[in-house]
Design a protein. Structure first.
Length: 531
C-alpha cells in the first residue's frame, strides 16, 4: 500500500500542515473538525493535492458549483447559436482546465487569470504546479483553499531538466488523450509550451494562453499557435525603480517615485520587430529584448531605460519613427548585454519601497552593462557578476561552474541547450558560456554570485565563526566545516560557499540537483565536481 500524507486545516484561513508519511509527527497539527483535507501519495511524481472548497450550508454542494442535472438542463435549453459562440460541443467545453506554472507566476497573476476566465463564462478548474514546499506557505495555501484549486507538487530532481514544465506538458497531453474538444488554458511566462499548445490546437481543443503583457515577444509567438492569447496586466504594475544603460556600456539603477510603464500599440510593436529582424538583431518575428538593447547601443542612440522593459520598446519605436530614412547598422553578434537580477524574499514592506518584485531583484543585481565580444568576455562577465577575481576566486574553471550552478543561470543555459555536460573540457564550457552570453534569446538576466550569509549563519551556529570577522576567517571556517562534512576541497571562496549551501539546502524540496561535471585540464580529472 502506498504511503499517504494527509493535509488538513483548522480554519478557512489557517495554514496547511503535512502530517504522516514523514512530513510531520505532531498530532496537534491535525484538526478533526477540518473543512478541507488532501490525500497526498508522497511516492508518486508529481504529487497531487486536491484542495476542496467549503460547501453551502446544509448541502453537499460546493460553492460556485452546479449539480449535474442543472448543467444538463442548461445544455438542453441553450440555443445552438449560443452554444457555438465559443465553439463548444458539449458540457465538457464549459470547463476550462487551467495549467499554472507556479515557478513563473505569483498569486496576483493567478487570481487575475482565473477572474478573467470566469468573467468570460468559463468554469475554471485550475491545477497549480510548483515545488511541494509551496503548500506550506500560508498565503498560497489560503489562495488554494478559497478558489478550490488543485495543487501538484513537483519535486526538484534534475539539474538538466525543467521538471515543472515537463509535468505540466505531460498532464495536458494525458488529459487531451482522454477527452475530445476540451478547453485547455496555460498560465505561463516562457515559450517552452509552444509545441504542446500547437499540438493541442491541431487536435481540435480550444487552447487559451494567458501571458503577462510585458512579455510582448512571447505573446506574439503564442498567437501563432493558440486558439486565443489573453494578455494579463502582470508586469505593468507601478514600479519605483529604473535601470538605465548608458552609451559607455555602463549602467545604473535609479530610485524614483511611482512609475507606471507605458503600453505600446501593436502597430508600433510590429514596426520595432520588423526593424530588429531586418537588421539581424532578432531572429524571429516575436522580437528579442536583448537584441533591442544591442540595436540601440550599436546605433549610438544615447541612454536607454532597460527596466521597465516597455520603456525600451517605446524609445526604439520613437527613434524609428523619427529617423525613417536612416540606414541602421546591422548586427554582427559581437555584443553581450547583461541585466543582472538576484533572488530574494519580497515582503509587503519591500513592495512599498520598490513597487514590484522584479524591481527589487534588479536593484539587488546591481545594474545593467554592455560588453563587446572578445576571447576574455566570459571572464569579464564573471568578474562583473562576482564569480571571478584575482584574490578570492582566482580559479577560472571553478568560477565558471559556480556560475552554472546558480538557479537563473542554469535555467537560461538549459533553455538554450548550452548547459555544460559531464566530460566537457574547460574550453568547451567557456565556449558554451560565450555563446549563451551572446544569444538574443534571453533578456540578459544572469544571476550574480550567491551570498554567503546563510553559510556564515550556519558557521556561527556551529561555533566556528565570531559575530564580527574578516573574510579570511570566514574562508578558514568554511574549509574546516567542509572537511568535517567530508566535502570535496575547493579552490575559491565562492566554491566553498556554493558547496556548503548545497549541503545546507540538501533537503529543500525546491532545490534542483547540482551540476556534476568532469573537467579536462590537458588530461581528464577523475571524480565529479562538488557532489
Amino acid at each position: 500500500m502506498l504511503p499517504v500524507a494527509t493535509v488538513r486545516t483548522g480554519s478557512p484561513a489557517g495554514p496547511l500542515h503535512l502530517v504522516a508519511a514523514g512530513f510531520s509527527t505532531h498530532s496537534s497539527h491535525v484538526c478533526t473538525r477540518s473543512l478541507w483535507s488532501l490525500a497526498v501519495p508522497v511516492c508518486l511524481r508529481p504529487q497531487s493535492y486536491r484542495v476542496r472548497r467549503r460547501c453551502k450550508a446544509g448541502t453537499g454542494q460546493q460553492r460556485g458549483s452546479r449539480s449535474r442535472k442543472e448543467r444538463e438542463n442548461k445544455g438542453k435549453n441553450m440555443k445552438s447559436g449560443e452554444r457555438g459562440t465559443r465553439g463548444r460541443r458539449g458540457e465538457e467545453e464549459e470547463r476550462c482546465r487551467l495549467f499554472v506554472d507556479g515557478d513563473a507566476v505569483g498569486l496576483p497573476m493567478i487570481e487575475e487569470a482565473v477572474s478573467m476566465l470566469r468573467g468570460a463564462g468559463w468554469t475554471v478548474h485550475a491545477e497549480v504546479f510548483a515545488e511541494p514546499q509551496r503548500l506550506r506557505n500560508s498565503m498560497w495555501s489560503q489562495c488554494l483553499q478559497e478558489h478550490g484549486f488543485t495543487f501538484r507538487g513537483v519535486p526538484r530532481e534534475g539539474g538538466y531538466q525543467d521538471l515543472n514544465d515537463e509535468a505540466i506538458i505531460a498532464a495536458a497531453r494525458r488529459l487531451s488523450r482522454k477527452t475530445t474538444h476540451l478547453c485547455l488554458g496555460f498560465l505561463v511566462q516562457d515559450e517552452d509550451f509552444i509545441d504542446v499548445v500547437r499540438d493541442m490546437s491541431a487536435a481540435g481543443h480550444h487552447v487559451l494562453v494567458l501571458v503577462p503583457k510585458c512579455y510582448a515577444g512571447t505573446v506574439k509567438r503564442f498567437e501563432a499557435v493558440a486558439t486565443q492569447v489573453l494578455p494579463l496586466s502582470g508586469g505593468y504594475e507601478e514600479t519605483r525603480v529604473l535601470a538605465i544603460l548608458h552609451p559607455s556600456g555602463q549602467g545604473e539603477v535609479q530610485r524614483r517615485t511611482a512609475v507606471l510603464p507605458p503600453l505600446l500599440p501593436e502597430s508600433e510593436m510590429d514596426a520595432v520587430r520588423h526593424v530588429l529582424m531586418d537588421t539581424g538583431f532578432s531572429a524571429h518575428q516575436a522580437g528579442a529584448f536583448s537584441g533591442l538593447t544591442k540595436f540601440w547601443y550599436a546605433n549610438s542612440c544615447g541612454p536607454l531605460v532597460v527596466y521597465p522593459y516597455s520603456f525600451a520598446y517605446e524609445a526604439v519605436a520613437k527613434r524609428i519613427q523619427e529617423c525613417r530614412d536612416v540606414g541602421w547598422r546591422r548586427s554582427t553578434n559581437n555584443l553581450v548585454f547583461v541585466l543582472p537580477w538576484r533572488h530574494g524574499s519580497f515582503s509587503n514592506k519591500r513592495k512599498s519601497v520598490f513597487g514590484h518584485v522584479m524591481a527589487y531583484r534588479i536593484v539587488k543585481g546591481g545594474g545593467p552593462f554592455m560588453l563587446p565580444d572578445s576571447r576574455k568576455v566570459v571572464l569579464r562577465v564573471l568578474s562583473r557578476l562576482g564569480y571571478f577575481d584575482r584574490r578570492w576566486n582566482a580559479d577560472e574553471a571553478e568560477a565558471m561552474l559556480t556560475f552554472c550552478r546558480s538557479s537563473r543561470n542554469k535555467k537560461n543555459l538549459r533553455k538554450l541547450g548550452l548547459l555544460p555536460e559531464e566530460g566537457d573540457a574547460i574550453a568547451d564550457i567557456r565556449d558554451k558560456l560565450r555563446a549563451a552570453l551572446l544569444s538574443d534569446e534571453t533578456r540578459g538576466h544572469w544571476q550574480p554570485s550567491p551570498s554567503d550569509q546563510d553559510v556564515q549563519a550556519r558557521l556561527r551556529k556551529k561555533g566556528l565563526l565570531q559575530t564580527q570577522t574578516s573574510r579570511e576567517e570566514v574562508l578558514r571556517a568554511m574549509k574546516a566545516f567542509a572537511r568535517k562534512l567530508n566535502l570535496p576541497p575547493m579552490k575559491t571562496y565562492n566554491g566553498y560557499a556554493a558547496s556548503l549551501l548545497s549541503h545546507i539546502n540538501a533537503k529543500d524540496p525546491s532545490r534542483r540537483d547540482v551540476i556534476d561535471l568532469r573537467l579536462k585540464r590537458g588530461q581528464r580529472e577523475r571524480g565529479k565536481a562538488w557532489r
